[in-house]
Structures are given as C-alpha cells and as structure tokens.
Design a protein around this ligand. Sequence first.
Ligand SMILES: [Zn+2]
Ligand SMILES: [Zn+2]
Length: 298
Amino acid sequence: MSTLTERLESLGLPPLPDPLAAPIADSHTHLDTVAEMVGLTPEESLEAAARVGVARIVQVGCDVEGSRFAEELARTHEGVVAAVAIHPNDAARLAADSPAALAEAIDEVDRLAGAGPHVRAVGETGIDLYRTRDQEGRRVQREAFAAHIAIAKAHGLTLAIHDRDGHDDILDVLDAEGWPDRVIMHCFSGGADLARRCLEHDAWLSFAGVVTFNSAAPQREALAVTPHERILVETDAPFLTPAPRRGKSNGPYLVAHTARFIAERLGIDEQDCCRMLDVNTSAAYGGGWGLADGGEER
Ligand SMILES: [Zn+2]
Ligand SMILES: [Zn+2]
C-alpha cells in the first residue's frame, strides 16, 4: 500500500503543498472527473485536500449522472456539499439530440435540488459560447439557464454560474429572470468591468488557478476591485491547475496555491486570507455548513 505522496507522484500529480495556516474550502470542483481523467479516487482527493487544510469542498455536477454523483457524495461525506445542474454545453448537446431529453434532465436537476441540505447550489449553469457556437445552441443555453435560475429560486439555493465568452447573455438572462439571492460567478473570467456589474447584485466572484497565470491580468484587476467578503477560491479540478504547477492535472489540494496567491495580491497574511475565504464560502453556499463557520452541523 503506497503512501498518498507516492500515489500522487505515480499519477503524475503535483506534490502536496505545505498545509495552510487555517482551513479553507475548494468552492467548485469535480472529483468524478478527477477520478476519470487522472485516476485519483474521490476518497483520495478528499484525503489529499484534508492534509493541506482544504477541509471542505463543493462537488459540482454537469449532467444528470454527475449531479446524482454530487448529491450522493455530499450525502455520504462530511465536509462535502453538492451543486447540481446541466452544464450549458451539455444542455445544447442534449437538445440537439432531443428537446424532450433536455426537459427530462432539467426535471431531474429539480428533484436533486430538493434532496436535502447537503445540496446547496444549482450549478454549473450559464452560457458557453466558446464550445457552443451556433445560434440554436445559444438559444437553448439561454432557456436552460433561465430554467436553472427558476429551480435555484424555488429551492432557495445558490446559483453557480459558468461563463465562457458569455458575459452579455448571462447578465441579460439574469436581469430578465431576476437575480437569485445568492449568485456565484464560478471561475471568474472577466475583468474589472464585469466584476463591478456582478458586484452590483452582491454576487460572489470565485477565482480559479487562472488568476495565477501570466496571461490573467484582467482577472487580477477584477480581484483588486472585489470587496474581500465577495471573494471565493476554487480549483475547477481537474482543469486550470494554478502556478507553480500549471501544466499538470489539478485536485482540490492544489487550491492552497491559489489561496496563497490571493493572500499575496491582497497584501494580507495567509491565516487572515484563509479565514476570510472560509467564511465567504459558507455565506455563498447558504451558511450553516461545516464547523469553521459556527453554523449547525448538518
Ligand atoms: Zn465551468
Ligand atoms: Zn466546473
């Protein structure tokens, strides 16, 4: 039986960073995709995360199967909550096969959204015009996004938004449908302007490893204009591995690098930054989750 360190090395994953000064959450991750693409099991991902002080994670679904997995993982693991949705690219693909199939999938999201307090968010939903380029796909994404907004409101859940080249459509649909009480812009991909437009509605901006990339000056400008209480951190693992490990696969334990980067950019010490991020994650996902926020245990 190999140690976790050996296991990470054998899968080509980066080593464990030094433990953080205080516990934080990875506010958006995909342990099922990490297992499929990298080979690290969800249990191993959680163990690696816990070792470096990433005590909680939000497991995010992108299709029916992934949303069911998220619900189950959160139901059976302390420190895990779920987000459920049909990803905009999956919505476009499903509708292209059969509009009825998309409607059924969204019904299942609605059912899972009501599964209990371990399901905290509807997401990731939104607009992706990078991978879906045709007008019909765009129309389907806007409709599916509106349906997810309605589900989030009906269940009093947080809305976790995926936005890839979709800023205007996202704001347009949110304005038309009305913003839910809690909105997270996951893997925030805009600059200071978009940040301000989202902050007007008290959204949280969640920064992934991208913010550490040399090319990400706009995201760093967004970070600079975001009030500290609106900042979240995430991996979106297995993608978007932060510097200095860029180019390797990602896991929730590597969110430690992004958290340290954020602390440095904000000019605050690591412990204060971790506490801030942890409190923010609890607020963004409805509070009362886990121990660090003083909320009741679920
Ligand atoms: Zn996404
Ligand atoms: Zn994601």
